[in-house]
Design a protein around this ligand. Sequence first.
Ligand code: ATP
Length: 452
Amino acid sequence: MHSLNHIYKEEIFETVFENAYHCFVVVDGQGLITYMNNTYCEFLGVDKKDVIGKHVTDVIENTRMHIVAHSGEEEIADLQYIRGNHMIANRIPVRSGGMVVGAVGTVLFRDTKEWMKMNSHIKDLLLELEHYRSQVKNQHGVIYSLHDLVGSSAQMNSLKNKIKKVSPGDVSILLRGESGTGKELFAHSIHHLSERNGKPFVKVNCAAIPEHLLESELFGYKEGAFTGAKKGGKLGKFQLADGGTIFLDEIGDMPLSAQVKILRVLQEGEVEALGAVESQKIDVRIITATNQPLEKLIEEDRFREDLFYRINVVQIQLPSLRDRPEDLRVLSKYILHKVTGRTGKRVIDFDSNVLERFMQYQWPGNIRELENVIESAVHLTNTEVIQVEDLPDQMHPNSYGQNRSLKEIVENTEKQAIERALKRVDGDKLEATKLLGIGKSSLYEKIKKYRL
Ligand SMILES: Nc1ncnc2c1ncn2[C@@H]1O[C@H](COP(=O)(O)OP(=O)(O)OP(=O)(O)O)[C@@H](O)[C@H]1O
């Protein structure tokens, strides 16, 4: 005998999925929409036939479906802001043969009236929270948290896990990475996740302070310490950070004389203001950042080895943007949202050619450059979708090919294609040959040539 479920399988599915109060969406492993029920389409004001096959981030605001379809970690009762409303979203990974192959998402607004009441209550609470957040930000200079670290590439996820582990406690952290990769953002997040988060976060840009002022900036001075000293003296950055975190940015540019003093603070937990008779106990956590090759500076006697060991207890290397192209789309969308929110200009998306161009570009200035490119494109565009023509000069192939021969450009593109393919198949060379459509020996030859 057939069970009821078996006979009416399709009807049962249809009744469940097309239920008037639930929004359903299904995505595949790449985050592409494979199903969206009518209720959801109506709510979003989209046509079902237009959304199937699109990336979910192009259709649903603030979605995390593609992340769940990638990570395989379910997210239940998450608050999601869609079309001016806070909704409750559940995202459940779909597994087949032990692999994550996609995700099913539901968005709830069961009883619209009741929900609207709750929604305005939540909006009110969020406003209040925002108010307190900005107060804390004003008092302690903390701006960022883990949520601000956009990106779901394997590198980003493992970095986020690492900082969750090392943030509590007082261990010194050295952040390394090219300019604009997010070192400062990470430093803020570490502070935010530590027990010191109620205390100040103080940033010092070691490269921006003239050598003769660095000491007084860092350690302060007493009244009358030198001609021109302020009445009442001045607190140094270390005293201001007492109980909290001090972030020494561009530490590789710090003069040797100041390095000695910093080492003393780290060893003895004391600072001595200029002109002070006694030193003062200080309790700060140190986070440092640099893009300089500190090991080489040590060899050249431009950086103290003992200081290096003190600051380098945990080292976090931030990847450059070109090494995590998977994050480009979500980062671009995030930045677009931020820029349009600030400027008030209605620009909602990027043309697919623009994203393609983003993927090819090298991003020497990393995320900061991406921010500048998007900001300038938003200002220049006349449409709601950013076009290739709206991009600044450096993004045009003629321009980034300038001063480079065709051979170099072709080789560079080839190298990148192989790098990406290898990354995508986790280094499996056989799989990479299939993906690239080249023979095994040819791949080995190129791997050797480009030293991959
Ligand atoms: N993962 C990220 N998600 C969102 N925004 C990011 C991310 N990483 C960096 N940014 C943004 O990129 C910009 C540059 O980041 P940040 O200043 O932290 O970089 P940095 O490595 O400290 O640069 P520099 O070495 O030049 O001081 C900032 O506006 C920051 O908010």
